[in-house]
Design a protein around this ligand. Sequence first.
Ligand code: OOG
Ligand code: NI
Length: 466
Amino acid sequence: MISQWRLRAAFAARLSEMYGREVPAYNTLVDVSREVNEDTLRAQGADAERLGSIGRVTAERHGAIRVGTPDELRQVALIFGALGMRPVGFYDLREAAASAVPVVSTAFRPVDADELARNPFRVFTSLLTPADPRFFDADLRSRLETFLAGRELFPPELLALAERAEAERGLPDDQAERFLHLAVQAFELSAEPIDRAWYQELETVSAVAADIGGVRSTHINHLTPRVLDIDELYRRMTDRGIEMIDTIQGPPGWKGPDLLLRQTSFRALAEPRALRLADGSVTRGALRVRFGEVEARGIALTPAGRALYDRLLTLVDDEAVRRPAADRTEVARALWAAHVPATERELAAQELAYFTYRAAPERPRNGTQPPTTIGELEARGWVVAEPVVYEDFLPRSAAGIFQSNLSGAGSRDTGQVGAAYDSDWLSGAIDREVLDPFALYAHQQSLSITRVGRELGLDITHPAQH
Ligand code: OOG
Ligand code: NI
């Protein structure tokens, strides 16, 4: 029997192999990431592993896929469910992007700390929103929905195996092999000719809509390695002559702890695709949709910490309007230095970030009365704090990643009111609860405090959940 986490690790590795064959520049990104990670580890020693062991970080990837209907998303949820991955978080890219990005998204990932440590593979998964009249008029919507209803992304054999793997928490060897083969195949770029007129019609609305609804299959859009020093990676890729997008999305590089998530990418590459013309003939064309992305992960923030992050982003925007010539990164760095605590201890004290706690190996001597708050226990050497890694995504960064790789801005009818989608809607559509990332982090923190309290025989006051 192959367990779910082994299936997940094998799927991630095979997908990576397949994507490297399809998009060789991805291999360069993986190679440079590995070099940067090795150099960082050499330079920083154990500090470099504060947010994950080098083993985990080297193997770590996230993928991105895009589907067209709730039914397709339900099938995706089943396939990832087989791999022990659950839907976490709701991202509305329609609002976060300036260009037309008519999708709402979630991320499938493992949720338990030990499962994340075994293999943290996650997939950012976007669902097209044909019901949003800002992007699709009634006629286009109906043709689009008919087109989507007539395609099959995942063969029934794959779904049956997925169902079995999820129910039995694994698969026997031969079935595991078959499942992995079919699952990877489902995300390969299809050679089937694309109806050029249909693709182009959707492209005038949104390049993302064309990528999703203009073809009869799905494909992996990018696969993202994790790097310990993203500024260094950006420099090295640029030195190799690879054209990167203008910025690193997310928090600026600064002197304090790494927070949340920083991401950057190289521009989508032209890939040969077969196109069917109106007269039925097939010609070779090229489409730019797939790119390479890389990310650095930091500490998970509480709702208060996240609100601070969002507020600082707004301040950076305001400042950019006031001083258009100023360097955005410098502006962000200055704001960070002024508003964000520069140590883990202060982040914890202000309840801006999540930590787990364990009993210190050497505690104050007998007879010393221990304090009762977790902050005091940490400060006085009774417990040791470890930062919780941010396992999720950021809507604004995701929008930036989408946007910088679109061929055109598309169009949007701002006179229309957008169709409403939210986390509950998504849960209903796929018949699985879309989990709240904050609740997962808070639970992990609180569990560790309860445990350490039991170990030390103390009734510890937990930080407030806000
Ligand atoms: C997804 C873009 C978002 C990320 O890492 O934020 C994303 C897509 O292009 O389909 O992958
Ligand atoms: Ni991504």
